[in-house]
Ligand binder design. Structure first.
Ligand code: 6GU
Length: 234
């Protein structure tokens, strides 16, 4: 999968070259391109923002450098990228979103700052036949300073679903007690050695070697945990 990320703080995306996702980049499973939006500015001050029409606080990102950047990045290939615009006013990004996007060949993230990007950017690319749609998405109900951290969250959630990325670990699809398609079931507790730690014992059933009982117990624990932790959420 190809992933492009455009930001005025490209160094902020550096952690994507580490750990699990970094390995997927090194192996070529993810082709990652991080771009500086200011490379597409036209003035001496490399301006990317302007005052909002209608007044109000803060600054709005100009559609001009964004349009040039996105057109350049798409280039002349036949592949149609999906444009992802992280924004707190977007649709919620959930596990099923990550699963859908993981089947896509090319995602381009446009990370805004300030009060956001001029709304005509999403409008234009939505209608541009060279692109496979526009997704304006939020990672949760809180406000971040910009889309960079949200883009990293989404790239990690999508990237770990790509074939070969999890390696020897249990595959994301087979792990029946991880968060499911609808994001409605959370994992139960896990344990490793020592068998007794500070007087606290590992649940007996996990030492029994009785696989069917273990599977049943874990399912019940996942249910309990989901009810405890998610009963008042959403
Ligand atoms: Cl995607 N962007 C920003 N700036 N804040 C957020 C967000 C995104 N999701 C939740 N809060």
């Amino acid at each position: 999968m190809r992933i492009d990320i455009v930001s005025i703080f490209p160094d902020y995306l550096g952690p994507l070259r580490l750990s699990l996702i970094g390995k997927a980049v090194d192996s070529g499973t993810i082709e990652l391109h991080i771009h500086d939006l200011r490379d597409w500015t036209a003035d001496r001050h490399r301006t990317v923002d302007d005052t909002p029409y209608g007044g109000g606080p803060g600054m709005v990102m100009s559609p001009e450098p964004w349009g040039r950047a996105l057109d350049d990045i798409r280039g002349t290939t036949d592949l149609k990228p999906k444009l992802v615009i992280p924004t707190p006013s977007g649709a919620r990004f959930v596990q099923s979103t990550a699963q859908q996007w993981s089947a896509h060949p090319w995602l381009v993230f446009a990370c805004g700052r300030y009060e956001g990007i001029d709304a005509r950017l999403a409008q234009f690319y939505h209608a541009d036949q060279h692109w496979d749609g526009v997704a304006e998405v939020s990672i949760g109900d809180y406000v971040l300073a910009g889309g960079e951290v949200a883009a990293m969250v989404m790239v990690e959630a999508v990237g770990r679903l790509l074939p070969g990325v999890l390696g020897n670990e249990v595959s994301a699809a087979d792990d029946s007690f991880s968060i499911d398609d609808s994001g409605e079931l959370v994992e139960g507790p896990v344990f490793t050695r020592p068998q007794i730690w500070r007087g606290l014992e590992v649940p007996e059933v996990l030492l029994s070697g009785h696989h069917a009982h273990i599977v049943q117990w874990r399912a019940a624990q996942a249910q309990d945990r989901t009810e405890q932790m998610r009963s008042v959420d959403r």
